[in-house]
Design a protein around this ligand. Structure first.
Ligand code: ADP
Ligand code: MG
Length: 338
């Protein structure tokens, strides 16, 4: 009996809600091809928080926009599969995808202009979302919209309710979108750097709200960030990206205990340390490679202190399993399996 219950519980938490395989998205510019995302893979399980982390320009936003069919011209999804409840998001028709975006998967955009209607007040947009999902009176809808704006960290939510997106800062628009996502209780929430412009107190409040959405509604979360501190606080699983490639994927614990890709290792060194405050702003030496017509090699090659001849001569390192659930793309792993 006990074994049965345990088995059931395991199946619940291990059930993937979204499975992405070999997702590749390129932008075709006059100057050449920007290989923004190459062979990206991930599995998002029900009710988990997956953090996607990497420096600016590593392909995080392109990955999220690809999943939702929102890649702008001259971008093109070259290959891949993204299975959500039996539907491949990459080949689903426009109406089906719009349906899924409205109901099952919602995104808080890094660029807030993308997500809100410019000619409707933000409060009405949240209220409308509540009323589409639940049969409640207009007055109750308004009350709940104000509460949602409040819990998304917006000051003076009654006043904000009747303002238009252009009257708010980018960070405030992001919080309005977060409020909308929270009232929808989607199956998946994708939040793209939702707190990057905020002070630590507000950041902590919003992270608390995101966690509560997961705990209370069972929402699976893809949280995009460049901040390893947020990863440590929030993530169950982590996808580390660099130069359009997935470098490492594992549970948070494994990533911090046994970072295996030299890039992950470097990223961990950038975390502010209480015992070494003077080194708190340490940067990884060198800069991101030019993504236009990038050779099919490890994107970290030019900055990597562990590079071997095989890295210089080989192609892009394939993603390989080190231990179950721990995937790494590297010819010279810093840790091998135990
Ligand atoms: N609309 C676009 N046109 C051309 N290149 C783009 C476009 N959007 C993103 N890119 C390029 O794709 C790469 C990945 O960008 P992005 O996903 O925004 O990075 P991140 O979100 O990790 O900071 C970058 O080199 C960026 O310049
Ligand atoms: Mg981005």
């Amino acid at each position: 009996m006990v074994q049965c219950a345990k088995h059931w519980q395991n199946t619940m938490t291990d059930t993937p809600i979204l499975q992405v395989e070999n997702l590749t998205t390129h932008f075709f510019l006059k100057q050449g091809v920007v290989k923004a995302l190459n062979d990206f893979n991930m599995t998002l399980k029900k009710g988990e928080i997956l953090c996607v982390v990497g420096e600016s320009g590593s392909g995080k936003t392109v990955m999220a926009l690809s999943l939702l069919g929102l890649i702008p011209f001259p971008g093109k999804i070259m290959s891949g599969r993204a299975m959500f409840e039996g539907t491949d998001l990459l080949t689903a028709d426009k109406n089906k995808l719009r349906d899924i975006r409205g109901k099952d998967i919602s995104m808080v955009f890094q660029d807030p202009v993308t997500g809100l209607n410019p000619v409707i007040t933000v409060g009405e947009q949240v209220q409308e979302t509540i009323m589409v999902h639940r049969s409640i009176s207009k007055r109750d809808g308004q009350r709940e919209a104000i509460a949602a704006l409040n819990s998304a960290g917006l000051p003076d939510p009654k006043r904000i309710f009747s303002q238009y997106p252009f009257q708010l800062s980018g960070g405030m628009c992001q919080r309005v979108m977060l409020a909308m996502a929270m009232v929808m209780k989607p199956k998946i929430l994708i939040a793209d750097e939702p707190t990057s412009s905020l002070d630590v107190t507000l950041q902590a409040q919003i992270m608390g709200e995101i966690r509560r959405l997961r705990d209370q509604a069972g929402t699976s979360i893809i949280l995009i960030t460049h901040d390893m501190g947020i990863v440590a606080q929030m993530a169950d699983q982590v996808a580390v990206m660099y130069g359009g490639s997935l470098m490492e994927f594992s549970s948070t614990e494994t990533l911090f205990m046994r970072p295996t890709n030299p890039y992950t290792w470097s990223l961990l060194q950038t975390i502010a340390r209480i015992d070494q405050p003077d080194k708190s702003l340490r940067q990884i030496p060198g800069s991101m490679p030019n993504m236009i017509d990038m050779p099919d090699k490890c994107p970290f090659l030019s900055r990597c202190s562990k590079a071997l001849n095989s890295c210089r001569n080989g192609g892009r390192p394939p993603l390989e399993q080190v231990t179950p659930g721990h995937m790494v793309a590297c010819y010279n792993r810093m840790y091998t399996s135990d």
